[in-house]
Design a protein around this ligand. Structure first.
Ligand SMILES: Nc1ncnc2c1ncn2[C@@H]1O[C@H](COP(=O)(O)OP(=O)(O)OP(=O)(O)O)[C@@H](O)[C@H]1O
Ligand SMILES: [Mg+2]
Length: 473
């Protein structure tokens, strides 16, 4: 069989714009789509096929969270595109299912990769030895940041110099409030995308080549959030059913009017270099002041809390400080404040009549407070109207929104009777930082909970070596 000497492509207008970006000399990370049916997969397949044919011996990947799904969906489109261009299996290319690889007659190769997050390989070292010319992450909304980050350094390594190809990571996805939102959509909206990163929206209406009925199906979607995302490419919606706080209620935080009686302070103390120390000051259920410090020694944090408590007349018993890690030192130096230990036992809710109301079974204190916070926000009982004092340029409202959207039930459908939330490490993966702002709201809930020593009337174990007054662990 003769080898194809040219491919005749018939892109949609958006795909045509996409081709310019895929062939330019400055874009290294390119996000295309942001809605259903916009011709994403077709473009990805056609691009890789054309690269393979034009540049013998080059190597690419198509990555997706699950290999099985990749083979059931994307690969089907791949074969469809091949047929469209008259490329014959086992003549122009071989598909080796066992090895998950497509090999072209001219030595070019496409690897099909599974990039699901595995705790046993958090740094994606499995991908470490692979060298690619370029690659494509399909349905990237399901893929965690770490995988993307690793793949970006695996391209530009296979004959790029020989052919003068700038290695690219092509990304296709539907809207999702995770690293894609942060790195692409948000910067695109603000007009601040770096030169090497691009976003091009292509929605169902941009693809006249869809099967008739595809758009109608999207219009008919009952789930409003899903419809917003898939049909209209709206990135501000998150339809993850595990989300505990609904998006409208989060937006309402900025305009709610709530009870403002007594003053409180909640403090998230920076643990690692990148985290922030955040002091959140409350009048009742309204946040009226937030202080954010980037790198700060714990003794400076202790002094800051002391000064704020004194200036703002906040009693120490109304101050909660996260006690895990270095926060413990801060708590130790401020006698009378309430230390918050995420993994400690749930406590009794003083608002609940324990004789008549069923007590939910929470995995730990943090889970309990997260569920309580979700309820407070969903019922519009918290307001966020702070003066923000930060040592860096920070969009507090935006960051807080991001954090609150990450409060999600873990395995809501499992048989496990204890309520649980997704672990902090997963949240960090999703948003690329620690959710310090949201944690400060979550900690506020501890003041609805009875102190542990009162709850069971039991003796509380005291470690005399570290006992510093009337503080119970
Ligand atoms: N350039 C093209 N030439 C011919 N047909 C095309 C082209 N682009 C898209 N199509 C047709 O439109 C259909 C939908 O495109 P595609 O599968 O790429 O969309 P998608 O954005 O990946 O959709 P989904 O959100 O469902 O994954 C394809 O199956 C194909 O039939
Ligand atoms: Mg697709």
């Amino acid at each position: 069989m003769s080898s194809p000497t040219s491919l005749t492509i018939e892109p949609t207008y958006k795909q045509h714009l996409g081709w310019q970006i895929l062939n330019d000399n400055e874009t290294e990370e390119f996000l295309f789509g942001g809605g259903a049916g916009g011709g994403k997969s077709w473009l990805g397949c056609e691009w890789l096929i054309s690269m393979c044919l034009r540049y013998p011996g080059t190597r690419y990947f198509i990555a997706r969270k699950r290999l099985k799904i990749l083979k059931q969906t994307t690969l089907i489109t791949f074969f469809k595109v091949c047929r469209h261009h008259n490329l014959k299996r086992d003549a122009h290319y071989h598909y080796k299912e066992q090895q998950s690889v497509i090999e072209f007659y001219n030595g070019s190769v496409i690897d099909l990769l599974e990039v699901d997050y595995r705790p046993s390989d958090p740094d994606y070292e499995d991908l470490g030895s692979s060298e690619y010319t370029s690659g494509w992450i399909e349905e990237a909304s399901e893929v965690v940041f770490g995988a993307f980050d690793t793949l970006t350094v695996r391209v530009n390594r296979q004959l790029n110099d020989k052919y003068g190809i700038l290695g690219k990571v092509f990304i296709t996805c539907n809207p999702k409030k995770n690293w894609l939102y942060k790195l692409f959509y948000k910067l695109w909206k603000a007009g601040t995308l770096p030169k090497n990163r691009k976003f091009l929206q292509s929605l169902v209406g941009d693809n006249p080549k869809n099967e008739s009925g595809y758009k109608q199906k999207l219009i008919g979607l009952k789930n409003q959030a899903k419809k917003q995302r898939l049909l209209y490419g709206n990135w501000e919606y998150d339809d993850d059913p595990a989300t505990l706080i609904n998006f409208e209620a989060i937006s309402d935080l900025l305009t709610n009017t709530v009870e403002t009686k007594e003053k409180y302070m909640t403090v998230d103390v920076a643990r690692f270099g990148e985290d922030k120390t955040v002091l959140t000051l409350w009048k009742g259920m309204e946040i009226y002041k937030v202080i954010i410090r980037s790198k700060q020694a714990t003794n400076v944090t202790t002094d800051l809390i002391r000064t704020q408590a004194s200036n703002e007349k906040i009693p120490y018993s109304n101050i909660a400080i996260d006690e895990d890690g270095v926060g413990g030192g801060v708590v130790d130096n401020l006698m009378g404040v309430r230390g918050f230990i995420a993994n400690s036992s749930p406590l009794e809710d003083i608002r609940v009549n324990k004789d008549t109301e069923e007590k939910p079974n929470y995995r730990n204190l943090k889970t309990q407070c997260s569920y309580m916070l979700a309820e407070e926000i969903n019922n519009h009982r918290i307001a966020v109207k702070p003066i923000v004092v930060a040592d860096e340029d920070i969009d507090y409202d935006e960051l807080l929104t991001e954090d609150l959207e990450q409060i999600k039930a873990k395995d809501p459908d499992s048989d496990e009777t204890k309520l649980n939330i997704i672990p902090k490490d997963d949240v960090k993966e999703a948003i690329g930082r620690s959710p310090d702002y949201g944690d400060c709201l979550m900690m506020r809930m501890i003041f609805f909970l009875r102190l542990p020593n009162i709850i069971n009337n039991e003796k509380v174990k005291i470690n005399t070596a570290s006992w510093v007054g009337t503080r119970w662990k």
